[in-house]
Ligand binder design. Structure first.
Ligand code: AHR
Length: 510
């Protein structure tokens, strides 16, 4: 059995964790909206047609911010189509996903849905087929209190109070040739600058996200960010990052190491932002908005067979196994590890479409395997991200010479006086013997619980028929003696060791 060590000192901070890193993405894509969060004929639907079984699961995840309405979808979207009386809303071809969009669900429904589940909205404007004028009008419709044609139009649609949406993405993946209205970095940088300027004149309280690269392997990566920021550094507060990882070749060692790529991606974007800051002689430091991330590969072949122009077909319906949950856990740790600069993160997506929550039309809703690491990180990974030292044996894979068997992060919640240690054991064969040296352990501190997500079969999934096949237990064996925590981390497992003074209310599922 391999041995690994961690040293933790609650005084050694990376930075305060912005709760918004536990955000999620809702796109008009597949069944994310229609028959996902919204299904008026569903037995649990509320007065607005929102599925309450889904809302209950969303609330469990304590998600503070939701990105909407796309994604590739937004680059051909007319926001006007999705407001006003539903029977007058037009059906349109969605060129991104080759489906028909009914527009039965739109801005006011989404803002109300987000309010009911306790989150705010990260809204995206269309900078593909549209531009400054539509963006500033959309903001006026959403945020201006009243007394103008657009704000009064919103009021006439039943939304008397302004939505006060503070965070706005300036387009989506504009570096990607697949994007409707794809642009060069020069074209986009100028457009992002002018759009942010006009929108800020409409509402000076807003903050803006410029599009970064769609993933690190994009041929234009880093040059794109550099050029875009040369135009709009002073006009935006964040730059976006997106990444998805897959295991198409069934090479688990390589797959589980892909969070190292995410770390590299984040570090490179920080470096590029800081270069742009120096060049602009700017005081402001740009933050990162990792507004699409997840595992995505299971559904890709099946999606090629979906006929054109259907309404809300089941697209991107990845059914996740334990292996995927482990990488999602590592990706969450990657966001925490850069808490000083990553201020917003959105798991993509929330429901049915590469999602932690799945639904049947007219039937059940259940938790996928990846639900659990997200649930634990969002619930227990609040407060301050700690700068921990990890000493772990390593293995080589196709992409990295040295991948540690142990992936770990720790967070300290000063209010609750708890420390959470998150760990993934990437070892496919053996448990990992963990030793944690704790500096400055408060008197009376003890192990509150050691949660473990594991499975004999690492390909095991949760389905409508067997929705609880993979779920966490809290029978991990972590022990604290003086200043040392020892624990065995089972092979291929996600672990949360919670330390504190008080007994936590034990949740059955944990
Ligand atoms: O989340 C699915 C798609 O992935 C999004 O629409 C797009 O932004 C990304 O390429």
């Amino acid at each position: 059995m391999h041995k690994a060590r961690i040293v933790i000192d609650p005084d050694f901070h990376i930075g305060a964790i912005d709760p918004r890193i536990y955000g999620a993405f809702v796109e008009h894509l597949g069944r994310c909206v229609y028959t996902g969060i919204y299904e008026p004929d569903h037995p649990t639907a509320d007065d607005m047609g929102f599925r309450q079984d889904v809302m209950d699961l969303v609330r469990e995840l304590q998600i503070p911010i939701f990105r909407y309405p796309g994604g590739n979808f937004v680059s051909g979207y007319n926001w006007e189509d999705g407001v006003g009386p539903k029977n007058k809303r037009p059906r349109r071809l969605d060129l991104a996903w080759k489906v028909v969009e009914t527009n039965e669900f739109g801005t006011n429904e989404f803002v109300e849905w987000a309010r009911r589940v306790g989150g705010e909205v990260l809204m995206t404007v269309n900078l593909g087929t549209r531009g400054i004028d539509a963006a500033r009008q959309y903001l006026e419709y959403c945020n201006h209190p009243g007394g103008t044609a657009l704000s009064d139009l919103r009021r006439s649609h039943g939304a008397k109070n302004p939505h006060n949406i503070k965070y706005w993405c300036l387009g989506n993946e504009m570096d990607g040739p697949w994007q409707v209205g794809h642009k060069t970095a020069e074209q986009y940088g100028r457009l992002a600058r002018e759009t942010a300027q006009a929108m800020r004149w409409v509402d000076p309280t807003c903050e803006f996200v410029a599009c970064g690269s769609s993933y690190r392997a994009m041929p234009t990566f880093a040059a794109w960010e550099d050029t875009v920021l040369s135009h709009c550094y002073d006009f935006v507060e964040y730059i976006s990052l997106h990444t998805y990882y897959g295991n198409q070749t069934n090479d688990l060692g390589t797959f589980l190491g892909r969070s190292l790529d995410m770390d590299l991606f984040i570090k490179s974007v920080i470096a590029t932002c800081d270069h742009a800051k120096a060049r602009a002689r700017a005081k402001k430091t740009l933050n990162l908005c990792f507004d699409e991330w997840n595992v995505w590969y299971h559904s890709m072949e099946a999606d090629k067979k979906i006929p054109l122009w259907e309404i809300a077909p089941g697209q991107l319906e990845d059914v996740y196994n334990l292996e995927d949950a482990l990488l999602v856990g590592s990706m969450l740790m990657s966001l925490q590890r850069h808490a000083d600069r990553v201020k917003i993160g959105c798991i993509a997506q929330l429901c049915n479409v590469i999602a932690p929550i799945m639904t049947q039309v007219g039937g059940k809703a259940w938790r996928q395997t990846i639900f659990y690491p997200f649930y634990h990180a969002s619930r227990f990974g609040r407060g301050v991200a700690l700068n921990i030292e990890i000493c772990s044996p390593k293995y080589p894979n196709k992409e990295f010479d040295e991948v540690p068997f142990l992936d770990a992060m720790a967070t300290h919640d000063p209010e609750k006086e708890t420390i959470s240690i998150f760990c993934v054991n990437r070892d496919q064969h053996d448990a990992l013997q963990l030793e944690v040296e704790l500096h400055g352990v408060p008197d009376g501190c003890r192990v509150l619980e050691h949660i473990v997500l594991e499975s004999k079969d690492s390909k095991a999934t949760n389905t409508a028929e067997n929705p609880e096949r993979v779920k966490p237990h809290n029978r991990g064996n972590a022990k604290l003696a003086k200043t040392k925590v020892t624990a065995q981390l089972p092979r291929l497992s996600w672990n949360v060791i919670r330390l504190g003074k008080q007994a936590a209310p034990t949740k059955k599922r944990d």
